[in-house]
Design a binder for this molecule. Structure first.
Ligand code: DAH
Length: 360
């Protein structure tokens, strides 16, 4: 039988020197745990003779209680010390100025602002919003849009291609939002009125081109759609977007494989000392491409060109943002420079609406 006084003295001293709650817990397990020293002794009580048990029983129970009390007392001391240390470490200086929250500091990027503006305008004209993947197949980006393999227009797109698949095909980063025209016509029954904002990619970089940029595609398909509708929609669009009632526009014949006839649209402008004034003046600024959807494109989507016609347009959103908000270098749009976004960005709660104003 071990010396109980010695065991008690050792355990009490271990309790007193335990530096934190984890160390104290280790002492408790060693003494009172399932396999602890005192628990072991208590297990031996059953095998003792009646006399011995009479003295050892109360002695062991007394020891167990004293050790238990000592542990509880030490735990309380350690807990208080830990709390005091934490309060000191996490002290808050309430005299510091309040840091402004994201609603005050945060800014909406001009491109996001323009996406919100153009979708608000188009929603008002009865369009819904559609989206498609950035990674496309050759079929959606080119072939279905009446740009077959070997067509020279493919060279003009400076396409980023992915590596070859087993069957020799290659995925690509869409060079325009036009493939979503095809995806929409394949999945929605006419009448169709959608706009498609999104990222597009071409291997190009200078003051007015970045490898990633944004377009807005528009598509209308119905049974009696004609060029007059196209013209009206684009005039309303420009009037609302540039916030100029009499914006002068010019529809110039052009060529796109996926439209026939095709046009490019210019708006009048005046260049004065490095600044461009929009909507009036003798110069012209090209802003978008458009036309009546080519019958071959309709056929690729299983629509009968003798029943359905429609029009489409594509417009560069970064370009629109530069024109409307006077940012001279497109590359700065994507530099993630906090000073730039503070200057050119928009406050988060000033959402553009037609009734509240697009760009207060
Ligand atoms: N996809 C063309 C481009 O990126 C723009 C375009 C032109 C889209 C005419 C159209 C359109 O929908 O009808 O250069």
């Amino acid at each position: 039988m071990p010396d109980l006084d010695e065991l008690e003295a050792e355990t009490l001293s271990a309790i007193e020197t335990a530096g934190d709650e984890a160390a104290l817990e280790a002492v408790r397990v060693a003494a009172l745990g399932k396999k602890g020293a005192i628990s072991d002794l208590m297990k031996g009580l059953g095998a003792m003779g009646a006399d011995e048990r009479k003295t050892m029983g109360p002695a062991l129970n007394g020891l167990k209680d004293r050790i238990g009390d000592a542990i509880a007392a030490r735990r309380e001391v350690l807990r208080r010390a830990a709390l005091t240390a934490r309060l000191a470490a996490e002290r808050v200086d309430v005299t510091l100025p309040v840091r402004p929250g994201p609603l005050v500091e945060g800014r909406i990027h001009p491109v996001s602002q323009v996406v919100d503006e153009v979708t608000a305008i188009c929603a008002d004209l009865g369009f819904s919003v559609a989206e498609g993947p950035d990674i496309e197949t050759d079929f959606y980006n080119f072939t279905a849009l009446n740009i077959p393999p070997e067509h020279p227009a493919r060279q003009m797109h400076d396409t980023f291609y992915f590596g070859e698949q087993e069957d020799g095909s290659r995925y690509l980063l869409r060079t325009h939002t036009s493939p979503v025209q095809i995806r929409t016509m394949q999945s929605v029954e006419p009448p169709i009125r959608v706009v498609i904002p999104g990222r597009t990619y071409r291997c190009d970089s200078d003051q007015t081109h970045t490898p990633m940029f944004h377009q807005l595609e528009g598509l209308v398909i119905d049974k009696q759609t004609h060029l007059g509708h196209l013209k009206w929609v684009l005039q309303e669009f420009c009037r609302a977007f540039f916030e100029i009632d009499n914006v002068r526009m010019r529809f110039r014949p052009s060529h796109f494989p996926f439209t026939e006839p095709s046009m490019e649209v210019d708006i009048a402008c005046k260049r004065e000392g490095g600044e461009v004034r929009l909507g009036e003046g003798e110069d012209w600024l090209e802003i978008l491409g458009c036309g009546m959807v080519h019958p071959n494109v309709l056929r690729h989507c299983n629509l009968d060109p003798d029943i359905y016609q429609g029009f489409a347009w594509g417009i560069g959103l970064d370009r629109l943002a530069m024109l409307k908000y006077g940012a001279p270098d497109l590359r700065a749009f994507f530099d993630a420079d906090a000073r730039w976004i503070r200057h050119y960005g928009f406050r988060p709660l000033d959402l553009p609406t037609l009734f509240g104003g697009l760009s207060r």
